[in-house]
Design a protein around this ligand. Structure first.
Ligand SMILES: Cc1cc2nc3c(=O)[nH]c(=O)nc-3n(C[C@H](O)[C@H](O)[C@H](O)COP(=O)(O)OP(=O)(O)OC[C@H]3O[C@@H](n4cnc5c(N)ncnc54)[C@H](O)[C@@H]3O)c2cc1C
Length: 231
């Protein structure tokens, strides 16, 4: 799996600060935005306090575009359930005929057992062969794809605003979320934290227990918040 940050709103801190200032200042936004002297620390203090207040709509002014490759269809199906403030362009199984073969994701629980791994690989080889046979016999890719399982890889370009990204991380970074989508958002967070202009945002990308100070998962609780509190 690869998750790469392709583009983001230029000057994200200044844009968020301008949005926040617009709500509480007599100045028009363009005057605020072009103010020269504002230092980054002061801008971040205002942004953090507005976010802490729950005034999250300012976060919708910053968009991020990611290139995501090699996730399973099982993972992408969960991802696209997120609908608000997010857009997707996903590799088509109608227009791509997979001449180079089909890549697939194997869960670790299967991979670590050589016997199960062999059966899984064998099953996928069979599917690849049968898919090719269908294509060679004139079946269009849009129909031949019906034999593909959830493990097949897909690629997605995803554009999401910062507010929705935070909401998704609340849910999908939770210890009870599925490992593949959790890993995907962990990689998104790493990409963001490595970017000097967006580092501040990575602080907000955390599971709901870290926002709320408690876990609502009952018996499925992973113990993360308890461990943090003990520390
Ligand atoms: C651990 C886990 C397990 C899950 N298991 C299942 C499952 O078994 N079956 C299943 O079907 N789904 C499952 N889901 C998917 C889940 O039900 C949501 O569809 C998914 O997480 C998208 O989240 P969202 O509704 O916050 O959507 P988003 O698009 O991310 O919405 C963002 C926010 O906008 C608001 N919003 C969005 N749409 C509306 C609306 N129509 N009306 C009012 N407010 C809205 C809500 O406040 C929402 O939180 C699971 C999710 C998780 C995290």
């Amino acid at each position: 799996m690869e998750v790469k940050l392709l583009e983001y709103t230029p000057n994200p801190i200044k844009v968020l600060w301008t949005a926040a200032r617009t709500c509480y200042s007599e100045d028009p936004p363009f005057k605020t935005y072009t103010r020269k002297k504002e230092n980054e620390k002061a801008m971040l203090t205002l942004i953090n306090s507005v976010v802490d207040m729950g005034h999250h709509s300012i976060l919708e002014h910053v968009n991020l575009t990611f290139g995501i490759a090699g996730i399973s269809r099982a993972c992408s199906h969960q991802l696209v359930r997120h609908r608000i403030g997010i857009s997707y362009s996903q590799q088509s199984q109608r227009y791509v005929s997979f001449d180079e073969g089909i890549n697939y994701v194997m869960p670790l629980s299967i991979y670590k057992d050589p016997r199960k791994r062999k059966v899984f690989d064998f099953f996928m080889q069979d599917i690849k062969c049968y898919y090719k046979k269908l294509i060679n016999e004139g079946i269009p890719p849009e129909d031949a794809r019906y034999i593909f399982p959830n493990s097949c890889c897909t690629n997605i370009t995803m554009t999401v605003n910062a507010r929705e990204l935070i909401q998704i991380c609340r849910l999908r970074m939770c210890g009870t979320a599925q490992w593949e989508i959790r890993g995907m958002f962990l990689l998104a967070k790493i990409a963001i934290s490595r970017n000097r202009n967006l580092k501040f945002l990575s602080e907000y990308l955390k599971p709901k227990c870290e926002w709320d100070g408690k876990c609502t998962e009952g018996k499925r609780c992973c113990g993360r918040i308890g461990k943090k509190q003990k520390k």
